[in-house]
Design a binder for this molecule. Structure first.
Ligand code: AMP
Ligand code: MG
Length: 402
């Protein structure tokens, strides 16, 4: 039996990077960049006002105070989106709105709160001096021309999409999304919406796994539920291997009489490994059909989700060229003792609390591999490495946050 890291490395070693394609701004969220994004101009493109107020020459108003205001002549009004026609001379001010380009000659902005009206709109009284550059956003203070803004391999979040838009781009190159075929298996597994016959359970996995696959940026093709019937399993696997980039099954990989997934995989392609020193998810089967990776997840709803998170998610992100395919980990103090023997990696469902300047990890109740509510309450997975021989209260543990 191989260890967790060996198994994951075996899966990641054989990755085929997907080709790239153009993608419109509207569809960029969650996609992985296949190009560097660099700035073709400065942002802001020109100095502009950070406040609603008056553009002034700082030396004109240096000594201003409420007792001794400085009165300036207002020569123009500049809303955002317009550029002043006049340039400022000593003794003058231009009324300016946030975001409007700084007028020629001005070198600071006095916020409107620090002014009072002079004669109608022709004059303004400045009640406080400002320094040169005060309340001015400098040209290029956010982005300078030629700067690398977002590197190839970055998975795009809303802020990156916003930055791309602020460069005026309408499309960029991203890696294609893997199409993932998802198959549930088992004579006892019924589709939600159908009446349950005695001995049946509803299919959770196609939907939990489907969600995880989508969260990893991939596309789902649903092959439904197949009975524990070798011919039917092979037929569906074959079809999925023709149509998809990756195939994920759940159920049928243990050692029971009806666990036919391994046999089907071996007969149609090859099985690279089966069984990993881990809990939950020991009977994980991995192989290829038609050159396409096939991940045979165990049937238990928690096992299948944990294995999907730890193996399939990085696999799908790597296929999309993501530079970063693993989750963020925090170190936390365990709030309880945990029994464990060395020899297998364990993934426990946990919450984290910030307490007295450190994270504390709290398990989400019973940890059985069929108890899906342990996942529902979890904020992440506590990962106890193979060599760990148990945890005492207060020991440091790693928690990977969802
Ligand atoms: P298996 O790996 O086929 O032996 O299944 C292990 C356990 O997971 C059994 O109790 C199954 O009933 C259950 N199971 C298998 N597939 C699903 C599924 N799609 N949704 C919910 N539970 C499942
Ligand atoms: Mg089964």
């Amino acid at each position: 039996m191989i260890s967790f890291h060996e198994a994951r490395n075996k899966i990641l070693e054989g990755i085929k990077l997907l080709p790239s394609e153009k993608c419109r701004l509207e569809d960029l969220l969650g996609r992985v960049l296949a190009q560097d994004v660099t700035a073709s101009f400065d942002i802001p493109p020109k100095d502009n006002s950070a406040m609603d107020g008056f553009a002034v020459i700082a030396s004109d108003v240096a000594g201003a105070s409420e007792q001794r205001p400085v009165t300036l002549q207002v020569i123009e009004d500049v809303p955002a989106g317009r550029v002043a026609a006049k340039s400022l001379k000593p003794g003058q001010a231009i009324r300016i709105m946030t975001g409007a380009q700084m007028p020629e000659g001005a070198d600071a902005v006095v916020p409107v709160e620090l002014t009072s009206k002079g004669i109608q709109n022709i004059e303004v009284r400045i009640l406080k001096g400002v320094k040169q550059g005060a309340n001015v956003r400098r040209q290029g203070e956010d982005v300078t021309t030629g700067q690398l803004l977002i590197a190839k391999g970055t998975r795009l979040r809303p802020q990156e999409v916003g930055l791309i838009a602020s460069l005026g781009l309408t499309e960029v190159m991203v890696f294609k999304q893997p199409l993932v075929g998802i198959i549930s298996s088992g004579n006892e597994v019924a589709a939600p919406g159908q009446p349950l016959k005695p001995g049946q359970i509803y299919d959770a996995n196609r939907f939990s796994i489907g969600g995880q696959v989508k969260e990893a940026g991939a596309l789902v093709r649903d092959y439904g539920i197949i009975a524990d019937d070798l011919a039917k399993i092979k037929e569906t696997l074959n079809q999925a291997a023709r149509e998809c980039d990756v195939i994920i099954t759940s159920g049928g990989v243990s050692v029971g009489d009806y666990d036919l997934m391994k046999q089907a995989l071996s007969e149609l392609g090859q099985m690279n490994f089966w069984q990993v020193k881990q809990k939950p998810g020991k009977p994980l089967a991995y192989g290829h059909i038609n050159g396409k990776p096939v991940v045979g997840l165990p049937g238990n709803p928690v096992s299948s989700m944990v294995v999907c998170d730890q193996y399939v998610r990085p696999l799908l992100l790597a296929m999309q060229g993501a530079a970063n395919m693993f989750r963020v980990q925090v170190t936390a103090h365990s709030n309880q003792g945990i029994r464990k023997q060395a020899g297998r990696t364990e993934f426990l469902r946990a919450k984290v609390k910030w307490q007295d300047g450190a994270y504390q990890a709290v398990l989400t109740g019973p940890q059985g591999s069929g108890i899906l509510t342990s996942m529902v309450q979890a904020e992440g997975l506590m990962i106890l490495p193979e060599e760990c021989e148990g945890v005492k209260v207060g020991d440091m543990v790693e928690v990977e946050l969802f």
